[in-house]
Design a protein around this ligand. Structure first.
Ligand code: RET
Length: 247
């Protein structure tokens, strides 16, 4: 039996992630933007798959014991599926070419897979795995801060959203390796319960606010982004758009 605190934390995160699913739904329904321009369907998977994983984790499904520590496999499955999307979408907003979007997603997936291997290993192998996974994290950050800005500068209407998502990912994600080192998988300074509670919280913060930021700046995906703000208030432009749509 897992501690009640863990079950409750996971259940709260699942609820918060479902709110994220609701935000993406609202985004797809919004008539201020074109859902296809924003590729919003991809965003559904981020809080959606995570909510599903958290429900299974709250039910203690997919838990294995390694070296006396409990490892929740759905956490890593969730990360492998959703974190490449979180970081890849930042590249999409920047207007980066597909090769870089796939490249950053691959660096991310390697970071998580090697991180899982490090978690399942014991002794020296754990720390070798941590160093390799950390190396992929550095590659990911370099793409985020060196490569993507080159493209983002040419995408003026999406620049603000790009900066928000870039820093949300770039800064918040630093907490993960730091927590891992302190957790029972690393040096064991923080208990299993403490680790589970903190991860449940930061996973939620990494996802629901992320889709909310896209929602709040959705006008940058309007068919005519320059007049996006006018379009919401100006009847004439709305009428024009209706005519174009009818054509
Ligand atoms: C591990 C351990 C090994 C070293 C590194 C890690 C990084 C993990 C990260 C996870 C991000 C997860 C997110 C989840 C959202 O729900 C695997 C902990 C570098 C950065 C954003």
């Amino acid at each position: 039996m897992a501690e009640l605190a863990i079950t409750v934390s996971y259940a709260i995160s699942a609820l918060g992630l479902l709110a994220g699913v609701g935000i993406v739904y609202a985004l797809m329904q919004s008539d201020r933007v074109e859902a296809s321009r924003g590729k919003f369907a991809w965003l559904f998977i981020i809080p959606g798959f995570a909510a599903f994983s958290y429900i299974l984790m709250a039910a203690e499904i997919g838990v294995v014991t390694v070296g006396g520590n409990e490892v929740y496999l759905f956490r890593y499955l969730d990360w492998i599926v959703t974190t490449p999307l979180l970081v890849g979408y930042v590249g999409y907003v920047a207007g980066a070419p597909r090769k870089w979007i796939i490249g950053v997603g691959a660096a991310d997936a390697l970071m998580i897979s090697v991180g899982l291997a490090a978690t399942l290993a014991t002794g020296l192998a754990t720390w070798i795995g941590f160093a390799i996974s950390g190396g992929f994290h550095v590659v990911l950050l370099a793409i985020l801060y060196v490569v993507f800005p080159r493209y983002a500068r040419e995408n003026r209407e999406r620049y603000r959203l790009f900066k928000v998502l870039q820093n949300h990912v770039g800064l918040l994600w630093l907490a993960y390796p730091a927590l891992w080192v302190a957790s029972p998988a690393g040096l064991g300074y923080v208990s299993a319960v403490g680790t589970a509670m903190v991860i449940a919280y930061i996973d939620l913060v990494a996802k629901t606010p992320y889709v909310y930021f896209v929602w709040s700046d959705r006008a940058c995906f309007a068919a005519d982004p320059i007049s996006a703000d006018d379009a919401a208030t100006d009847e004439t432009i709305d009428a024009d758009e209706a005519v174009t749509a009818a054509d």
